[in-house]
Design a protein around this ligand. Structure first.
Ligand SMILES: C[S@@+](CC[C@H](N)C(=O)[O-])C[C@H]1O[C@@H](n2cnc3c(N)ncnc32)[C@H](O)[C@@H]1O
Length: 328
């Protein structure tokens, strides 16, 4: 049981036949692939999925075919807009656009996940998140809505956050680091993932995290562009978060930020990219470790990583601990 965390082995109710020995046998091939250095995510695989997702938007029979690491093939039927009986009287669930589930080595070799769902060799899957709405008016229930819908209010709030950020000590430190560092790599892109919607879900808990994180992306584009002796337009800024609303999109476009659909931002990452991500819901570090070696990654301190094993990801962990979340 050497490479399975103890907390991953608690007994939970699961169908018969999913005992630990069977689990180890069934997942042995996945472990071998990992030890052999086979990437669980590749740009080709993500490009293919992106193409299929776009095709599905206009297809009469929208389906996505995904190939597993050991050759399994699974077809997902896209059911965007389909409704199901709501959990409250007078309501219905509506399926949102398809989302990608990224399944890391840690997940695929998790005994807990195996106990619940059985074995799978798919490092990518497609699923639908759902929203609850009024059956008649089709209006989303309050907990599925944002409390501020005004472009002007969000724009003003974002502008204030940019000003506060640019007056901060952290901003000055970042600027000094970029300007003074020797051998600064050539940067052509900033790719920011999972910075969240700038629209608050509650006024009491409006923490402006998303706005500050977008302000950081803009800052980097500017100071890196200046350092390289170019206008800021020469460093492109890409963002990806399925949570972006029309309000977010319209504001971000005014800052010349390009909004990409999942998984296209991952595909953009290359050796001249700065990657930014904070508290993502997807395993950004594991995906990036497989598909590219960006010039720099910036992220927030992580909780203890349960799934990390000695292997490719160790590179990431070592750099994380060495330089206060700014890695080159
Ligand atoms: C916990 S929130 C963090 C938001 C923000 N960065 C913060 O610090 O408050 C996780 C974010 O990951 C986003 N996310 C989920 N799947 C994603 C994907 N495939 N690509 C980019 N972002 C994604 C979610 O929409 C959500 O905004």
């Amino acid at each position: 049981m050497s490479d399975v965390q103890e907390s991953d082995c608690e007994d939970i109710h699961c169908p018969p036949g999913r005992d630990y020995n069977t689990f180890m046998q069934e997942t042995a091939g996945i472990r071998q692939l990992y030890e052999a250095g086979v990437p669980f995510f590749t740009k080709e695989q993500l490009q293919d999925l992106s193409r299929q997702l776009k095709q599905a938007e206009t297809s009469d029979k929208p389906e996505i075919l995904i190939k597993g690491l050991e050759g399994t093939e699974e077809t997902f039927e896209v059911k965007t807009g389909v409704t199901r009986a709501g959990s409250e009287p007078g309501t219905e669930w509506v399926l949102k656009a398809p989302a990608i589930e990224y399944r890391t080595f840690g997940f695929l070799t998790s005994y807990r996940a195996y106990q619940m769902d059985g074995f799978s060799d798919l490092s990518l899957r497609v699923l639908h998140y759902m929203e609850l709405r009024d059956e008649v008016t089709k209006e989303l229930l309050p907990r599925f809505r944002y409390v501020v819908d005004s472009v002007d209010i969000i724009t003003n709030s974002f502008t204030s956050c940019i000003q506060a950020w640019e007056a901060s000590e952290s901003y000055a430190q970042l600027q000094k680091t970029v300007e003074s560092r020797e051998n600064f790599p050539l940067i052509t892109k900033i790719v920011a993932l999972a910075l969240g919607s700038m629209q608050p879900r509650s006024l009491d808990n409006w923490d402006h995290r998303s706005e500050y994180q977008h302000a950081l992306a803009l800052t980097l584009r500017d100071i890196v562009g200046k350092r390289q002796g170019e206008t800021s337009g020469n460093v492109q800024c890409y963002v990806q978060d399925p949570a972006y609303t029309e309000v977010d999109k319209s504001i971000l476009k005014t800052y010349d930020i390009t909004i990409l659909e999942d998984p296209d931002a991952f595909v953009e990452i290359d050796g001249s990219t700065i990657v930014l991500t904070f508290a993502p819901d997807v395993p950004v570090r594991q995906i990036v470790a497989d598909i590219a070696r960006p010039a720099m990654m910036i992220w927030n301190t992580c909780e203890e990583e349960r799934w990390v094993h000695n292997g490719r990801e160790q590179f990431i962990l070592e750099t994380r601990n060495s330089s206060q979340c700014m890695h080159t």
